[in-house]
Structures are given as structure tokens and as C-alpha cells.
Design a protein around this ligand. Structure first.
Ligand SMILES: Cc1cc2nc3c(=O)[nH]c(=O)nc-3n(C[C@H](O)[C@H](O)[C@H](O)COP(=O)(O)O)c2cc1C
Length: 311
């Protein structure tokens, strides 16, 4: 996540057994990126989860070639492309055996990514933090599955283990989560931002193209604090995802997705991941009970008893 994910968050995520990602523009210069990639690769062992570099492939990213040279050197197991075609990175990443995922927000982009030969897609659905999609994750997954047999990661509003189980049941291979880790102890979000994440719920968000030129989900209290009216943000601005302008916008105006409701405290990544796992297992066992007919039976018995008692 822009200005939020640094080596601390990535390493903590991978050590907790999930993948840890950061966007390369979080580093102001290629030499800082060199240092981050060095820190991450030094800290991780083959038993840890995969680390992931997110690269903006939009034409406004004038550092793509330099960042890509560092990707070739440090070999992140997965590279996710966003806000542009995955084509510019595919040859480099596949040459060292890495996987390329394309971040997509609609079926048209998903078809283009499939044609480009990606290994996976991150289907960003409605409710995502930062640049968001608008499709239901359920219809998105089934539509993409019709023409794509690679990995499907789905993101958007997924913030607890039962939502992960739901995404897998719906046909995804994995999920892509941002908001759930905004208030992690290891996140670089400012303390006031973390406090706002803990305090706010989904009704405190507004989706608008007025800040970056692309629909993104923003925390209304942060817009108010920046003297902007969340109800009158105006039309899209010219797209610009890099440079000082982008750093300033995201530093002062804070993004989040609809998964906010699950976040009750600032906690270490390991604690969050443990809880996600517990919730996931609970959801899976409930699903198994339902498919075995047990839970329906419990409910039927309870309803029958309640009826009998009331007579
Ligand atoms: C504050 C914030 C910053 C983000 N910055 C980026 C980014 O720089 N590059 C990117 O590919 N995705 C970015 N994302 C989107 C995430 O990669 C992911 O698609 C999204 O968080 C998933 O939805 P969720 O927030 O509901 O979990 C950002 C998300 C948030 C919340």
C-alpha cells in the first residue's frame, strides 16, 4: 500500500506465513528500493511466505525501467502490476521463474491480462481500499473463471477469515488484503491514520476520482481535515500516480476499504494473521456442518422446540 507498506510490514507478513507486498513507488529513489529489497531478502528464509513487488505500469511512472532492473536482481517471487498493462514486466519476471499477477478492476482488463499471459490476477472488487473496483467479488470471480485458468486472487472488503473462506468457496485461489493491515503495528501509516481506521466504519468512506484521477475509496474525516467536502469533491483530476504530487496527496488524504469494521485495535501482523486463521477455520467448519446437513438439522430442531414450547 502506497506510503504504508515498508520492509517491516512485508517481513512481518511473510514471517506470519502470508505473502507481503509493497509498491515500488514507496521508495523515493531506485537506491532506496535497492536497500529495501536487500533488507527484505536478507530477512526472509525459504520457509517464509513470498514477498511481492507491486509495480505501476502506467505511463506516468517514469521509473519503471530502473525498478524493473532491481526486480531482475532481487527476484521477488511474485510481481503484481497495477494501473497499466502487465506486458512490460512479464519477460523479466518469467526469466527468473517469478509469477506475474495483474491487478484488474473489470472484465475487459482481465481479458487483456489473460491475453498478455499473466500467471494470476488480482480481481479488485467493490469495497477495496485505495484504487477500488466496482464489481461484486462473486460475479467478478465467476466471470474471470470462464476464460482464465490461472490463479485468481480477489480483493475488496475482505478483512476477516470468514470472508476469506467465502472468497475461496466462490472460486478464488487466494485473497488480496490491504485495509486489514493498515493499522498493523508494523504499518507505516501515521498514528492518527491508524486511530481513524480503528474509529471508522464503512459508512465513513467515499469513492471518488477527484484525488488521483481514478476511483479510490477515501476516509471522509481525512478529507474534512484537508478542507475538502466529501460530498462535493468534483470531477476526476488528471491521472498522476508518481512523484511528489502523489506522495503529498496520499500523505494528507487517507484511503481505506469497507473491511474497516473488523479492525478494533492496532496489533502486530502475527496477531492479525492468527485471528484470520482461526476465523477461517471456524467458517470452514460451519460450512462443512451445513453441507453435511448438521447445522440445518440443529436449526430445525431448535425451531421445532421453540414452537412446541410456545404452544
Ligand atoms: C492506503 C492504501 C494504499 C494502497 N496503495 C496501493 C498501491 O500503491 N499500489 C497498488 O497496487 N495497490 C494499492 N492499494 C490497493 C491494495 O493493493 C488492494 O488492492 C486493496 O487494499 C484490497 O482491498 P481492501 O483494502 O479492501 O483489502 C492500496 C490500498 C490502500 C488501502
Amino acid at each position: 500500500m502506497f506510503l504504508v507498506s515498508g520492509p517491516e510490514l512485508v517481513i512481518a507478513a511473510c514471517k506470519a506465513g502470508i505473502g507481503g507486498a509493497f509498491p515500488t513507488p514507496n521508495c523515493r529513489t531506485p537506491s532506496e528500493l535497492d536497500s529495501w529489497m536487500g533488507q527484505i531478502t536478507d530477512a526472509l528464509s525459504p520457509d517464509d511466505g513470498p514477498w511481492v513487488a507491486n509495480m505501476i505500469t502506467h505511463s506516468s511512472n517514469n521509473r519503471l525501467a530502473e525498478d524493473l532492473a532491481l526486480v531482475a536482481e532481487y527476484k521477488p517471487p511474485i510481481v503484481i502490476t497495477a494501473l497499466g498493462s502487465p506486458k512490460p514486466v512479464i519477460e523479466t519476471v518469467k526469466a527468473y521463474g517469478g509469477l506475474v499477477f495483474a491487478d484488474v478492476v473489470n472484465i475487459n482488463l482481465a481479458r487483456k491480462a489473460a491475453a498478455a499471459g499473466v500467471d494470476g490476477m488480482a480481481c479488485i472488487s467493490a469495497g477495496a481500499g485505495g484504487h477500488t473496483g466496482h464489481l461484486s467479488p462473486l460475479s467478478f470471480i465467476s466471470a474471470v473463471r470462464e476464460f482464465f485458468d490461472g490463479y485468481i486472487a480477489v480483493g475488496g472488503g475482505i478483512a476477516d477469515g470468514s470472508a476469506i473462506a467465502g472468497a475461496i468457496a466462490a472460486g478464488a485461489d487466494m485473497v488480496y488484503m490491504g485495509t486489514r493491515f493498515l493499522a498493523a503495528s508494523e504499518s507505516r501509516a501515521q498514528d492518527d491514520y491508524k486511530a481513524m481506521i480503528v474509529d471508522c466504519g464503512p459508512d465513513d468512506l467515499v469513492v471518488s476520482s477527484a484525488i488521483t484521477g481514478t476511483p479510490a475509496s477515501w476516509l471522509k474525516p481525512s478529507l474534512n481535515a484537508a478542507d475538502l467536502d466529501p460530498d462535493n469533491l468534483g470531477g476526476p483530476v488528471t491521472r498522476d500516480y508518481s512523484g511528489d504530487g502523489a506522495h503529498k496527496r496520499w500523505k494528507d488524504i487517507w484511503a481505506a476499504g469497507q473491511g474497516l469494521q473488523s479492525i478494533q485495535a492496532v496489533e502486530p501482523v502475527a496477531t492479525i494473521v492468527d485471528r484470520l486463521e482461526d476465523e477461517y477455520r471456524l467458517a470452514v467448519s460451519r460450512f462443512q456442518r451445513i453441507t453435511a446437513g448438521e447445522e440445518h438439522m440443529d436449526r430445525y430442531v431448535a425451531a421445532t422446540l421453540a414452537k412446541a414450547n410456545s404452544q
